[in-house]
Design a protein around this ligand. Structure first.
Ligand code: ADP
Length: 257
């Protein structure tokens, strides 16, 4: 029966969490974490009655602590669950809170899986309307295991317009479809850089590859984010752009309802 149940994993909701939105990408470095952080902040800013959390399961390269300007060890609740750390009104949990920043994460599969189990099941989120999950890049064990263990309302896939990133994003979309997670759409990131001096626009990674992929897969484009110095600086200083420059003229609309 163990073998049977392995083939048919049971989904169990995360306690107190209404909607889980995962942010995924095929390739690393395309802006997945940046999107996850700013999506969480935007969901909270959009409707102040909504409680929003951010879960970083990018166990090999957790970026949420830095981007959300948080560090430290989570306290344990009376029932021995980890309490999320809070900044900008967002409850955050990350592998980065559990291990030293400089510790090499050359773990074997088993340890990664037990870390994932901890992050999914041993956090005291209280009551959340949305939990935004920053996935690791690619379509490996972690992504599959999260998708099979937790009911997910939808997946947002981030890609640059570059062919190699798009190919991997395509694989990501296929994986979610296989495990019956609705793909909400694609976010195209870093499609254009506008020179702040001469205003000339350059499509460094290509112009609209993600739009083409969206058409192929019959998916919506949820947003198109330019390559912009302010976005990088905001991330690096732990003051995400949605928080630090909510009125920026580089407007991006992510429609998630
Ligand atoms: P991923 O999670 O896909 O690995 P990140 O979100 O960590 O990618 O982004 C990688 C780097 O690129 C970070 O330093 C981030 O600040 C920067 N970055 C992401 N999107 C943009 C953008 N639109 N403009 C400028 N820098 C960006």
């Amino acid at each position: 029966s163990q073998i049977m149940s392995r083939g048919l994993p049971k989904q169990k909701p995360i306690e107190g969490v209404k909607q889980v939105i995962v942010v995924a990408s095929g390739k690393g470095g395309v802006g997945k974490s940046t999107t996850a952080v700013n999506l969480a902040l935007a969901l909270a800013a959009n409707d102040s009655s909504k409680a929003v959390g951010l879960l970083d399961v990018d166990v090999y390269g957790p970026s949420i602590p830095k981007m959300m300007n948080l560090k430290g060890n989570p306290e344990l609740s009376q029932s021995n669950l980890m309490r999320p750390l809070l900044n900008y009104g967002i409850a955050c949990m990350s592998m980065g809170f559990l291990v030293e920043e400089t510790a090499p994460l050359v773990w074997r599969g088993l340890m990664v899986m037990s870390a994932i189990e901890k992050l999914l099941r041993q956090v005291d989120w209280g009551q959340l309307d949305y939990l935004v999950v920053d996935m690791p890049p690619g379509t490996g064990d972690v992504q599959l295991s999260v998708s099979q263990n937790v009911p997910i309302s939808g997946a947002v896939i981030v890609s640059t317009p570059q062919d190699i990133a798009l190919m991997d994003a395509h694989k990501g979309a296929e994986m979610f479809r296989k495990v019956h997670v609705p793909v909400l759409g694609l976010v195209q990131n870093m499609s254009v850089f506008q020179c702040p001096k001469c205003k000339h626009k350059t499509h460094i990674f290509g112009a609209d590859g993600a739009r083409r992929l969206a058409r192929t897969l019959d998916l919506d484009i949820l947003g198109d984010i330019p390559l912009h110095l302010n976005i990088r600086e905001a991330s690096d200083t732990g003051q995400p752009i949605v928080f630090s420059q909510p009125e920026s003229d580089e407007k991006v609309t992510l429609q998630i309802t």
